[in-house]
Design a protein around this ligand. Structure first.
Ligand code: MN
Length: 195
């Protein structure tokens, strides 16, 4: 968490400098208060995933590029077999680090999530063109897509437009694991487009 906050502070400052945005401008572009932005830049806040998405959308960048250290320039990136990182999706909207962080060459980021029994996590619409690909690795989950909860069990997969509100929940009494590949669409996330 500490590392995420530090990366976040760094990336937020960097993004503001690149765009030459004041805190006021950043607040109006992202919908996140100036006070909160200041706290994040000082590494004093653990923002919710909802806040992170607002910031990412405001800057038109991927979620993981906000929280990850810069990727290596090498084409082959070896991911440690044992990821000493938590992957639990929680009700409190705490962010989860990606397995593959966003890389503009590939246009996606990939997460492995653990959804504990009884957990429900709702997500606001991501920016236009964002598509999610969910693959259930173990257990059974439900996805809220187009105002309807769909049940997916181990081995099942679905692709859906994530530029609308959606959600994930586990109504069973066993933890479930799923992979989520978030694709940022034809407008690369690092390519600025007209606001
Ligand atoms: Mn989502």
């Amino acid at each position: 968490m500490q590392e995420i906050n530090q990366n976040l502070a760094k990336h937020l400052k960097q993004q503001r400098q690149q765009k030459n945005w004041s805190l006021d401008r950043t607040a109006s572009e992202t919908g996140v208060s100036k006070a909160m932005l200041g706290q994040i830049e000082r590494g004093e806040s653990s923002p919710t995933i909802t806040t992170l998405w607002k910031i990412a959308s405001g800057f038109n960048i991927s979620l993981s590029s906000l929280i990850e250290p810069p990727t290596a320039s090498s084409d082959a990136t070896v991911i440690p077999l044992v990821l000493a990182q938590h992957k639990y999706l929680a009700n409190d909207n705490a962010p989860v680090p990606p397995i593959f962080p966003y890389d503009p060459r590939f246009g996606f980021e990939m997460f492995e999530f653990i959804l504990d029994a009884g957990v429900e996590r709702l997500s606001e619409a991501h920016r236009p063109g964002v598509t999610e690909h969910v693959v259930v690795i173990s257990g059974t989950i439900q996805l809220l897509i187009n105002d309807e909860w769909l049940t997916l069990t181990q081995g099942e997969a679905i692709r859906f437009a994530a530029d609308q509100p959606h959600g994930y929940r586990n109504s069973t009494d066993h933890a479930a694991v799923f992979h989520n590949i978030i694709h940022y669409g034809q407008t690369a996330a690092d390519t600025p487009h007209a606001d």
